[in-house]
Design a protein around this ligand. Structure first.
Ligand code: ASP
Length: 724
């Protein structure tokens, strides 16, 4: 008896000890944390303390073949996973290229695509893969051009010029590399980045839409998720190893490093980190900016995108060929629309604007309490309030002008041609970026691709008409003269708009190609209705551009000061907002509580695919996949904790748009998944990060490998990435 109870006791003690040490280890392993860390800040981070098991210098150290070189920007993010230039990214990142390669007869978007040999890989024109090579602080040089008493517009112009000069010098000194200066803290800190840009990218494996986009827009930004949002591409270079445009003679690119895959994936509680190219966050901007976004811009854009989506879905009823013209656009619009709605809900849920205002009231008090501080910072918050207030008032007019260019493809073409003619008269460094020699080819290529992939005349006409109506409804004082004149030129809007689109050749690429080298006077002579309209509206766009420049000059000055004083006030050193440059973020695989009494576990499984499948889009799982799932044909890719195949996972990293396709990397530097989304409550990340709500969503590597092996029969690719 005694012995037994002693055994029980010692067992109990042992398990208590195990429990305590587990708790201690978990506590020591930091949960996720706010932070899209730029490479320059990595030394401030001790990743080994957080859970990294490899030498931190192997993540990033310019003198070593670090993991960093495995990460590429491909529209959003991707990473090399083989020595032969194989890249894994998201299905939704490659979407446009898949659409461009698809026809109703060869519908790769719907049915998926697998290249069985290298020769079968499909070129993805316009797609590039950019690798970060180095970075350098050039703030002093950029800011040295600011002179006292400069107007704000001149100040912005001077900085733009200086940046172009720095870029030109860097590209001259580093032939074959692409240089970009990124604004880290506007008005304060600027970094020069050098990139290698690979220009021949090909599609290798694309799952069918019903896997790659399973759940479609219903499930987008939502957990629990069952989307196999991955695609494989390959980068090619010239036989001498240099980046080159597509050519049959090109050979696969050999990356300095590539990610090894961990076919056992991650487990709940594991430390993970992501490297990627997050687009934009706005964490250092004031409450007045949040108010502008929350009350003015985001609701207007979300409504407008919803209107366009409805239109395009209706147009798409005409048949698969027409639907293919809209698929990519609808996807982009719907993604942003739902993201904005999520953010608006999140701002309300956190009562974020009120919180921010409260913080700023305390900050203002802190500023006022000291005469020196008051002199330097006293006008910062009121100044910003005024600017964002004005932007709100002007927004309806700006909305029409911006969206004419953004949403009406033929008008966009006309503006590009006219602007090219004007800008290309100027010395290279004085042109708008799109028309500088280093970018002009891309501008032309983008236009051609837009026409080929997305253009459908009835949609263009309907969108234009709607914007024209909005223009006519603008209040007095905001009217856009050229559009009012246009509307008055016929007896009704239908007639006016139909005539406008009847007398233009902006959809004819041959005609357009003949215009690229023309002078502005010659363009003005061309008998084309949309070119004429572009010409009439040109002064409006110029005015808006100049206005934005002046505003940016002022904002830069105020925002830089706001960052300084907030850092002092909060006793904290900030890291720059996301700006499209390479960042690292870390966290743990963990679930969350979206609302009272609800807990979301961090893995979904193939069982959930069965539960969601209805046979109708977007839940129309291919029968072959359903069969594999019901046969439990899981092989080695089972998650032992779940005893089945995991599909997606959740983790507490700090991500935003652009992080799509980011590799999810474990403590040993191996790939365990591919990031593709955030949970609904985490759409708020762009303004603020929250340990409770900020969860990113990725596709589990085990699902990727299983689909490739069992469903697609892509054993040759598994072999290439080192798995038999
Ligand atoms: N799904 C997202 C995107 O479209 C990724 C994210 O924003 O977290 O970019």
């Amino acid at each position: 008896m005694r012995r037994k109870s002693r055994t029980i006791n010692s067992r109990a003690i042992l398990s208590a000890l195990v429990l305590i040490s587990t708790i201690l280890v978990l506590a020591a392993m930091v949960a996720g944390d706010e932070g899209m860390w730029p490479l320059s800040e990595l030394p401030r981070l001790n990743l080994r303390e957080k859970g990294l098991r490899m030498d931190q210098s192997l993540v990033y150290d310019p003198s070593k073949p670090s993991l960093l070189y495995a990460v590429v920007e491909v529209g959003a993010t991707g990473s090399f996973i083989s020595p032969e230039g194989l890249i894994i990214t998201n299905h939704h990142v490659a979407f446009g290229s898949v659409v461009a390669a698809s026809t109703p007869e060869k519908d790769y978007l719907k049915n998926g695509f697998l290249a069985r040999t290298r020769a079968e890989e499909i070129p993805a024109p316009g797609r590039t893969a950019r690798i970060t090579e180095s970075f350098q602080d050039v703030s002093a040089r950029v800011l040295s051009v600011i002179k006292k008493n400069m107007s704000y517009a001149d100040r912005t112009r001077a900085i733009e010029q200086q940046i172009k000069k720095i870029v030109a010098e860097a590209e001259k000194a580093n032939p074959g590399k692409r240089a970009e200066v990124a604004e880290m803290f506007p008005g304060k800190t600027y970094w020069l980045f050098l990139y290698t840009v690979l220009k021949d990218i090909r599609l290798v494996y694309v799952p069918p839409l019903a896997i790659g986009n399973f759940g479609g827009e219903d499930d987008n930004w939502i957990w629990p998720r069952h989307t196999g949002d991955f695609t494989l591409m390959r980068a090619y270079v010239a036989p001498d190893g240099k980046p080159a445009e597509y050519n049959e003679q090109n050979v696969p690119y050999k990356p300095r490093t590539y990610l090894k895959i961990n076919p056992d994936g991650a487990r709940e509680g594991d430390f993970v980190f992501l490297l990627g190219y997050p687009g934009r966050t706005y964490r250092h901007l004031p409450a007045s900016y949040i108010a502008y976004e929350q009350n003015v811009r985001m609701p207007a854009v979300a409504d407008w995108y919803e209107w366009q989506i409805n239109l395009m879905e209706e147009m798409s009823q005409a048949g698969r060929e027409v639907a293919l013209k809209h698929d990519s656009r609808i996807k982009g619009l719907a993604n942003t629309m739902k993201n904005y709605r999520g953010k608006l809900a999140g701002l309300r849920r956190l009562n974020y604007l009120a919180q921010k205002r409260q913080e700023e009231a305390a900050l203002q008090e802190f500023i006022q309490s000291d005469p020196k501080r008051r002199a330097v910072y006293g006008q910062v918050l009121p100044g910003l309030e005024k600017i964002y207030g004005d932007m709100g008032l002007e927004y309806p007019r700006v909305f029409v002008l911006e969206n004419l260019r953004r949403s009406v493809i033929l008008f966009q073409n006309a503006m590009t041609i006219l602007e090219a003619a004007v800008e290309r008269q100027k010395p290279d460094l004085e042109r708008n970026a799109a028309y500088m020699d280093r970018n002009f080819n891309q501008t032309r290529q983008r236009l051609a691709l837009g026409l080929h992939t997305n253009f459908y005349l009835p949609t263009d006409i309907a969108v234009f008409k709607e914007l024209l109506k909005k223009a006519l409804a603008l209040p007095e004082g905001q009217k856009i003269e050229a559009l009012s004149r246009l509307a008055a030129s016929g007896s009704n809007l239908d007639e006016v708009v139909n005539n406008l689109f009847k007398s233009t050749r902006m959809s004819d690429s041959g005609f357009i190609n003949g215009l690229w080298d023309k002078k502005p006077e010659e363009i003005r002579q061309v008998d084309d209705s949309l070119l004429r309209l572009a010409n009439d509206l040109y002064p409006e766009y110029k005015k808006m551009e100049e206005n934005n420049r002046a505003r940016k000059g002022q904002l830069d000055e105020l925002q830089a000061r706001l960052v300084d004083i907030r850092q002092e006030f909060l006793g904290k050193q900030f890291i720059p907002d996301a700006n499209g440059t390479l960042r690292l973020t870390f966290g743990r695989v963990e679930g969350y509580e979206p609302k009272d009494a609800v807990y979301y576990r961090p893995f979904t499984t193939v069982q959930g695919i069965l539960e969601k499948t209805t046979g109708r889009e977007p839940y129309d799982t291919p029968p072959a996949l359903l069969q594999l799932i019901s046969q439990k044909n899981f092989g080695r890719f089972v998650n032992p904790d779940l005893d089945t195949i995991p599909v997606c996972l959740l983790y507490s990293t700090d991500t935003t748009g652009g992080n799509s396709g980011s590799p999810i990397i474990d403590g040993d530097g191996r790939l365990v998944g591919v990031n593709f989304d955030r949970a609904w409550e985490a759409t708020i990340n762009d303004f603020t990060w929250s340990q409770r709500f900020s969860r990113s969503i990725g596709v589990d590597i085990r699902y990727v490998l299983w689909v490739m092996k069992e469903f697609a029969g892509a054993g040759h690719l598994l072999e290439e990435i080192g798995l038999k």
